[in-house]
Design a protein around this ligand. Structure first.
Ligand SMILES: NC(=O)c1ccc[n+]([C@@H]2O[C@H](COP(=O)([O-])OP(=O)(O)OC[C@H]3O[C@@H](n4cnc5c(N)ncnc54)[C@H](OP(=O)(O)O)[C@@H]3O)[C@@H](O)[C@H]2O)c1
Length: 329
């Protein structure tokens, strides 16, 4: 089996590539990346085995230029902009880049495109979970670009494509949780707002299993779905569990959300701030304000029989072990 994975130098793409290299069913892993050197260095640090199956192509969205790669059996498109500076940047890579990639693949291979819960927006007021039937109401340019991408691909008439709307993904290699582990080393742990925020989440291992499940058992009857690990977590759970696995204790300090707004705004114009807290751009900060980002994984379960298994504590413990190995905490 020949598979193609984009975004292999990122958190999720790297997780999938490491698995594919170990998977005896896979004969070739084709990875178009912006920086082959970055990929090789990452794989060496992970002591990756099976790299003889790897075919690295230097390419980038929005004009991929894959060359003649021949027919592939499976594609997972992970490359994307998560924290851009302009709306145009999100749309150029997430929308135009996806359309261009799909145009270049011959023979309509079965393809999973990583979309996001952000495409649908938060759980609607008065509801426990956001289902696929609720109207999509993205709050950020990021979410808009993911929703637009889904629609544009459908309009272009591509077949055999599944849009996987993931919630917050946690696991080893996720740089986005580094500030959390650094914070819990101190005594005061700040969280936005007094009220608890409730989230769905998925571990990177569960996500990789869900991707496998769709390739094995998914059909075109379900072109888009949410996947989650078990349970809903709160922002306080995230901090307390990060503290627990780090062997640290601290006091949760709610920070008025209004205080975050100027920081988020400044990060757009003062690159030094933005580089330090890339997740706090004014655009993505809009996603901090709602208190409920809980989604419904049941349609995916009904279609594939797959359910997440991971626990938050185990996932964060393995994430911390990865940061320690990398010398980051
Ligand atoms: N992480 C989450 O919690 C989460 C949740 C829901 C959905 N998702 C979706 O899952 C996918 C992967 O996310 P991630 O967390 O792995 O993100 P990530 O760690 O930021 O990785 C993004 C990847 O995309 C590549 N990329 C960015 N711009 C590119 C371009 N112009 N051309 C080619 N490659 C480009 C990056 O390459 P470089 O290394 O060269 O920068 C990197 O390999 C994204 O589509 C994201 O929207 C993620």
């Amino acid at each position: 089996m020949r598979i193609l994975v984009t975004g292999a130098t990122g958190f999720i793409g790297r997780t999938l590539v490491l698995r594919a290299l170990r998977d005896e069913r896979v004969t070739e892993v084709i990875v178009p990346v912006r920086s082959p050197d970055k990929l090789r260095e990452q794989l060496a640090r992970e002591s990756a085995t099976g790299t003889r199956k790897l075919r690295v192509i230097k390419a980038a969205a929005p004009a991929w230029e894959l060359g003649d790669i021949g027919p592939v059996d499976r594609v997972v498109h992970c490359a994307g902009v998560l924290f851009g500076r302009t709306r145009e940047e999100y749309f150029r890579v997430n929308v135009d880049g996806t359309l261009d990639l799909l145009r270049q693949l011959s023979g309509s291979p079965r393809t999973i495109v990583l979309s996001s819960q952000s495409a649908g927006g938060p759980t609607p007021a008065g509801h426990h979970v956001k289902t696929l039937e609720h109207p999509d109401r993205p709050l950020s340019w990021y979410g808009e670009s993911k929703l637009h991408m889904e629609r544009a691909v459908r309009e272009a008439g591509h077949r055999g494509i599944f849009f996987l709307r993931a919630p917050m993904v946690l696991g080893p290699g996720d740089q986005a949780t580094l500030p959390l582990f650094r914070m819990v080393r101190g005594k005061i742990w700040t969280k936005p707002g007094r009220e608890l925020k409730h989230f769905s989440w998925v571990s990177s291992d569960d996500l990789a299993d869900a991707i496998d499940a769709w390739f094995e058992r998914g059909s075109d009857d379900l072109p888009v779905a949410h996947v989650t690990s078990p349970g809903t977590i709160t922002d306080a759970d995230l901090m307390l569990t990060a503290g627990k696995v780090s062997g640290k204790k601290g006091a949760l300090l709610p920070v008025p959300q209004m205080l975050l707004k100027p920081v988020a705004f400044a990060s757009k114009f003062i690159p030094a701030i933005g580089e330090k807290v890339p997740s706090l751009t004014a655009d993505r900060a809009r996603e901090i304000w709602p208190n409920r980002w809980v989604i419904d994984p049941d349609p995916f379960h009904a279609a594939t029989g797959w359910r997440g298994q991971a626990t938050l504590e185990d996932t964060l413990a393995r994430t911390l072990a990865w940061f320690r190995r990398e010398g980051l905490v």
